[in-house]
Ligand binder design. Structure first.
Ligand code: ATP
Ligand code: MG
Length: 494
């Protein structure tokens, strides 16, 4: 355990130079500075915090004056973000500076309706959700540190710890415990119940029984939480946790899952007699854990078979589950207000996850003659999925296969298809409409047509032909093909 705590309750931690410099600037302007929240928690756990949170008695306007490059964030009232450029990473790191505050009157369960700025850190810690998130390390004891030339380099400091709820003990016993009365704290803001499950997975801690048992008692308040806040917790669960399944299971057992993705509950106990070792729910959770920590891949893994309960045949098949799962996933993600770009990405992965590329090893095992895809079939595959999604589709496929049974090895198939795709890409054949040696204007001109949907229809037809036979991708040939197509389908001019 890297946590060292002596009798004066001090902690020795290592912080990036740029965080220390920001706190020094606050101190030089006679303000206080404490490292708080997830940044302190993760630093104590020897993890790399995503962002650093500093609490201060400076008011938001004073913070902005002190750091002219800063900006206030609307979502978190009174929080000011200071971007610091880190040459070593070639990017900005954001430090969130928040004025000490109390929060009260969570009338709409979305935001506290009353935020009062205060001058003391202890009362600020009281409003925080869990003991491990309610500690503060006092940066004011660090006077006049000479700036290091590299802002990303770490400085080791021994700092007094303000820890009214004994969060340090809960950190060392890996316990998630509400600050104060759990039921009251969850009633104040029911999102905290989801956060408990998220931290359960992210930190792989256990939830203390009183805190855990309070969750089923606040379920009727969840309807008041905004979908955006729910989404943000789901995103953190899927992108921070090694095993998101720990959080999803926590939500299922406490009743929360019904309010986040109820469709997952329908998959519990749906057996898959062919090939699979697990029921659909267990398979989805395992696939999600196996997947890369990339949001779209994890979402796709979690939802890729979500329609299986509705497509199961008496003989144990799930025909069409890929298409229906894509439709259901779209609905779920829209409901959770995910951006359209994310939805399209996830839905595409789910829609095409059932490809089957016969590979050499399988052919040997089955003693079948080679039945590989033709180059045209590979081009059709790329065109259907979209080149930009193929790597992630493979990642989904690997996560999926590993969750079927330990015996399934996805790599020979993926590697063989990967190679074939590389080969096809090197041929520089057309894969999308913009690769055609003809465009909409050419068609309008040469076929004497008016602009309209028919132009797109002709271009799609030409692409299909060129995907089958790349030699057709010449301007004159395409014009000829377009004319023939139009003659055969005169109705499409209307
Ligand atoms: P991470 O950065 O890993 O998401 P975090 O603990 O920093 O974890 P944030 O959502 O960034 O989580 O919040 C920062 C701090 O603000 C938390 O550590 C906690 O002290 C407090 N906090 C955040 N949300 C709530 C909430 N809904 N109720 C009470 N306190 C909260
Ligand atoms: Mg944080």
């Amino acid at each position: 355990m890297p946590i060292t705590k002596d009798s004066r309750t001090q902690v020795t931690i290592s912080l990036p130079n740029y965080v220390v410099q920001i706190s020094q600037t606050l101190l030089r302007n006679n303000f206080k500075a404490y490292l708080v929240g997830g940044a302190l928690r993760d630093t104590l756990l020897n993890l790399n915090p995503d962002d650093y949170d500093i609490a201060t008695n400076a008011l938001p306007s004073q913070i902005q004056k002190t750091f002219p490059q800063s900006k206030e964030v609307g979502a978190k009232f009174g929080t000011v973000i200071v971007p610091v450029y880190i040459p070593a990473y070639k990017k900005y790191a954001n430090i969130e500076i928040t004025t000490f505050r109390t929060e009260s009157d969570y009338k709409d369960y979305r935001h506290p309706s009353k935020v009062t700025f205060i001058t003391d850190i202890t009362n600020d810690l009281a409003r925080r959700d869990f003991t491990i998130n309610a500690m503060a390390a006092d940066l004011s004891v660090v006077k006049d540190i000479t700036p290091l030339t590299d802002p990303s380099k770490n400085i080791t400091l021994t700092l007094p710890l303000i820890d009214p709820y004994n969060g340090i003990e809960d950190l060392s016993t890996k316990t998630i415990r509400a600050v104060g009365n759990p039921l009251e704290r969850f009633k104040e803001d029911p999102l905290r119940a989801f956060r408990a499950c998220r931290f359960r997975a992210q930190l792989e801690f256990d939830i203390e029984p009183k805190t855990y048992n309070a969750i089923p008692r606040i379920l009727d308040l969840i309807k008041y939480i905004s979908k955006e806040r729910l989404q943000s917790e789901l995103v953190k669960l899927l992108t921070y946790a090694n095993k998101p399944s720990l959080g999803i299971e926590c939500m299922r057992k406490t009743g929360l899952l019904k309010y986040l993705i109820p469709e997952l509950l329908d998959t519990v106990g749906v057996e898959q007699p062919i090939m699979h070792k697990y029921d659909v729910y267990t398979h989805l959770l395992k696939a999600c854990d196996n997947a890369l920590k990339k949001l779209e891949v994890r979402l796709a893994a979690l939802l890729h078979d979500i329609a299986k309960p509705f497509t199961k045949t008496p003989d144990g098949h799930f025909y069409g589950h890929d298409k229906l799962s894509a439709q259901m996933a779209e609905k779920i993600l829209k409901r959770l207000r995910f951006p359209n770009k994310t939805i399209k990405h996830v839905v595409t992965l789910i829609r095409w996850h059932m490809f089957y590329y016969p590979n050499y090893i399988e052919e040997l095992e089955h003693k079948q003659p080679p039945s590989k895809w033709s180059d045209a079939a590979v081009r059709r595959f790329i065109q259907r999925v979209g080149l930009e999604y193929i790597e992630d589709l493979f990642q989904l496929r690997i996560a999926d296969a590993k969750a079927i049974s330990p015996k399934v090895d996805p790599y020979p198939e993926i590697n063989a298809l990967h190679k074939h795709i590389q080969k096809v890409l090197q041929q520089e054949a057309a894969l999308k409409i913009s690769d055609l040696k003809i465009n909409g204007n050419d068609i309008i001109q040469h076929l004497n047509l008016k602009p309209g949907p028919v132009i797109g229809e002709i271009l799609r037809y030409l692409l299909e032909r060129v995907i089958e036979d790349p030699a057709l991708n010449k301007k004159n040939t395409l014009i000829k093909l377009a004319k023939e197509h139009l003659q055969k389908n005169p109705k499409s001019t209307n």
